[in-house]
Design a protein around this ligand. Sequence first.
Ligand code: ADP
Length: 197
Amino acid sequence: MNLILLGPPGAGKGTQAENLAKRRGLVQLSTGDMLRAAVKAGTPVGLEASAIMEAGGLVPDEVVIKIIAERIKEPDCVNGFILDGFPRTLKQAAALDELLGFQGKKLDAVIELKVDDNALAARIENRARETIAAGGVPRSDDNAEALKKRLMAYYRETAPLIGYYFAKGKLSCVDGMAPIPEVAAQLDDVLNSGVAP
Ligand code: ADP
């Protein structure tokens, strides 16, 4: 089963994707995590992405498309994957369609996590606070300034994907404002109901 989780920054895509991947034996593919790993490792991709990510912008399509193209070819993806953070633009969505077509794969469902925009800043501040409390270093883009840019990038570039996948008959929605286990249960309901064509 191949899935996409869609939603604004702070919607809970990462948390739910990780959970769902474990429950269903799928692989979680988070371009955000992959890019952060590249930044940490100081690879050429990391060097290109670092400042853009920190400011809350989008890394160029070519860069992330290449990362995903290489990743979904790996043998561990054969049982299915959950894309979290990709695609983020219509160009990326078209590239994904093409990639899946080449490999004889298909998308089973795209699930939107619907959230109240007013809750996002609080969630992100909270994530940063919890990371600090646990002795870690918060994400460099988890601050009010970068969040504003990330939200704008989301509404300008990513939100149109909701219409794109709706028109393809692939879109389902869950309530991202519900408690984490409840969101997980709603995701299971969607997948079990066979809504996915
Ligand atoms: P969030 O969903 O909370 O904004 P992510 O961890 O998914 O955070 O991504 C962090 C940053 O990584 C984004 O703000 C962006 O700069 C970059 N990024 C991740 N995925 C993509 C993508 N598919 N296209 C362009 N940039 C991306």
